[in-house]
Design a binder for this molecule. Structure first.
Ligand code: SF4
Ligand code: SF4
Length: 160
């Protein structure tokens, strides 16, 4: 019994050495995608009609958050009520200091468009999202799977 147990342990030690020194260096695990660091780059693309909202969201804002609804016009967000033009920058984006972290003034009532971000890797690359690792830019398919796993509770997966 003692002999069998010791043999099994040696087998495990050798198997671990082979995996750590021979297999993993050749086939490294995919690096995890980084967490969102609130850089705000994605929100910078939300001006000039870069976002949309559903009829249900607009109705809800009109009933419960009129200060949000004031920037909706003919189903379009975010529109300056004084000029009827899109704001060049999302009016809810806050940045305490230049280059610092950002926050959203309507975070809990923001549109689904914002809740679902990031959706796809091409969009993240275009907007220079800081969640991306170097490998994500090379292998979009694998990166999309990692992203879909992160967003599983928020939106349906994009990758097949
Ligand atoms: S509504 Fe909030 S989350 Fe959406 S773009 Fe503006 S600041 Fe960003
Ligand atoms: S660009 Fe990426 S890292 Fe930056 S706030 Fe948006 S989701 Fe987060």
């Amino acid at each position: 019994m003692y002999q069998q147990s010791e043999g099994y342990n040696w087998y495990k030690v050798i198997a671990t050495l082979i995996v750590n020194f021979c297999v993993r260096p050749r086939y490294p695990r995919p690096e995890a995608m980084k967490n969102c660091n609130s850089c705000g780059k994605c929100c910078e693309y939300a001006g000039n009609g870069g976002l949309s909202a559903t009829r249900e969201e607009i109705d809800w804002w009109e009933t419960h958050r009129p200060e949000i609804a004031q920037f909706v016009m003919d189903g379009k967000i975010w529109v300056d009520p004084k000029t009827g033009e899109y704001f060049a920058r999302c009016p809810w984006l806050r940045q305490e200091a230049p280059g610092g972290k950002t926050s959203c003034d309507i975070y809990f009532d923001r549109p689904e468009d914002c809740r679902h971000y990031p959706v796809d890797i091409a969009q993240m690359i275009r907007e220079d999202c800081e969640m991306l690792e170097a490998g994500d830019r090379k292998d979009h398919h694998r990166a999309q799977k990692k992203l879909d796993a992160i967003m599983i509770d928020v939106r349906p997966p994009v990758s097949s």
